[in-house]
Design a protein. Structure first.
Length: 202
């Protein structure tokens, strides 16, 4: 499974591993050796390369975070759809959310419904690997894995017992387009809430 939770542990373990690996070299460091290294061209080149790598990595990470923030809906946008669900669904209805990080906003504005994934999809994987894989099929944005709109509806309605499908348009555009193109008669999915950023299907 691909997720980003490893970053919370990477830094301390990387520092620990570096300390263990470099310990024997530091034990042999003396003042004279250090002065020689600071004036040697190889040391200067190494410092320059490390600085370039750190700068390039920092620029990439900053741009990546900015792109995520631009493509991610704010609380109000998701909250409007969540409040619509609260006012137009029955308490206890299950909402099939395609992105696990929608859960905090959805639950904040509407705790009358239940949601498929929240906090981390790992919990779903631990609970039921088969259901997790079916959730990934629906949400993975791989059209070749979708047998038909009927099969998608069966997974959502029968396997997950969900009443609504919650889609963030910019993060699952292929899924939304696939449903609209292949279910024009609305035999399986009927749009009940539509905005520029969020779609709720019944």
């Amino acid at each position: 499974m691909w997720h980003r939770r490893f970053v919370e542990y990477w830094v301390p373990f990387a520092v620990f591993a570096a300390a263990v690996i470099l310990r024997k070299y530091f034990n042999n460091v003396t003042i004279s050796n250090l002065k020689f290294a600071l004036t040697h061209w190889q040391f200067k080149l190494g410092v320059l390369l490390i600085a370039i790598m750190l700068a390039a990595t920092s620029i990439y990470n900053v741009n990546y975070v900015i792109s995520i923030m631009k493509s991610t809906n704010n609380n109000e946008q998701i909250g409007a759809a969540s409040e619509w669900l609260k006012n137009n669904s029955n308490a206890g209805d299950i909402v099939f959310n395609t992105q696990w990080d929608h859960f905090p906003q959805l639950f904040y504005y509407n705790h009358y419904n239940y949601y498929i994934v929240g906090m981390d999809p790992t919990f779903l994987y631990i609970r039921d690997k088969v259901l997790y894989n079916k959730w990934k099929v629906v949400t993975g944005e791989h059209p070749l894995e979708w047998e038909s709109v009927e099969s998608i509806h069966h997974i959502i309605a029968q396997d997950f017992k969900s009443n609504y499908l919650f889609i963030e348009n910019t993060r699952n555009p292929m899924l939304l387009e696939y449903i609209y193109q292949n279910d024009q008669n609305q035999q399986y999915f009927r749009p009940t809430y539509e905005s520029e950023d969020v779609t709720v299907l019944f």
